[in-house]
Design a protein around this ligand. Sequence first.
Ligand code: PMV
Length: 327
Amino acid sequence: PAEPGAEATARAHPNIALVKYWGKADTAQNLPATGSLSMTLDIFPTTTTVRLDGALPADRVVLNAAERTGVVADRVVRLLDEVRALAGSSIRAHVTSINTVPSAAGLASSASGFAALATAAASAYGLDLDARALSRLARRGSGSAARSIVPRFAVWHAGTDAQSFAEEVAAPDLAMVVATVDAREKSVSSRDAMKRTVLTSPFYPAWVDSTAQSLEAALAACRDGDAERLGRITETNALRMHAVIQSCDPPIRYLSPTSVALFDRAAELRADGIAAYATADAGPNVVLLCAADAAETVRDRVADLAEAVVARPGPGAMLLPASERVA
Ligand code: PMV
């Protein structure tokens, strides 16, 4: 049962999709049109404390030491409302969060944020949820957050509310190099851009069909331990996602000239015998997928274009002891 004063702290890491989620089958429940596949990173964690307070008239949201109102706070409150409905509680909460991801720059800050929030809130409200239930809960906050509950590599299933959770899959020994082209907030949120894609792109049905096929092919490559096939699927799927985004009316373009130069650099690396493949989310930053033992080489080979850091497969969302609370 939810007790006033109860508190929990959780940490989660961002994930980068190899096969992307772009388009919803259901907006209210945040169900994806297709499944997706991602790697959870071991860098850029979000740490979140949720503390129940019987005296609060409304939830309070403090992100990176700044009190939030408006859209950001509304999304947090909506997730807390889901948790309160499950717990049969009406107690409001203080949410304090430290996010080390460059926010809203297409580096999946919402994924680590909502995975940490779902994990901390479920515990603070006294719910005993398994990883599947936590993944479904995190999905309500932000689709890609469903995958940040899971360690290392995650497949997030399309389907009904009950079916649409993420779970771990075995994958080859890979790493990523995150190249931060621009850490500023993007101009069109992924939420709005997805909606516009579904409503206006003539290519959207082809995107959905081809992504479902790419996911099957990617999972087969994972089973076969074929890193290069997985890399080719990853880069192709990313460029298809950006193609469908660019085909909206009015069009949206997230990739900048430097992003394109990084895709070219991946091709140059491959020509030199280093299997690196590029991907990018809803922003100009580019992530290169490569064999674990090539990560430092790949990082050094893109450092003239963007600030680059190596990320390895990271842990799933976790509860932390009270000593780790975000004040
Ligand atoms: O979780 P959202 O609603 O921010 O959507 C994320 C969409 C992409 O990052 C572009 C792709 C993905 O699968 O993570």
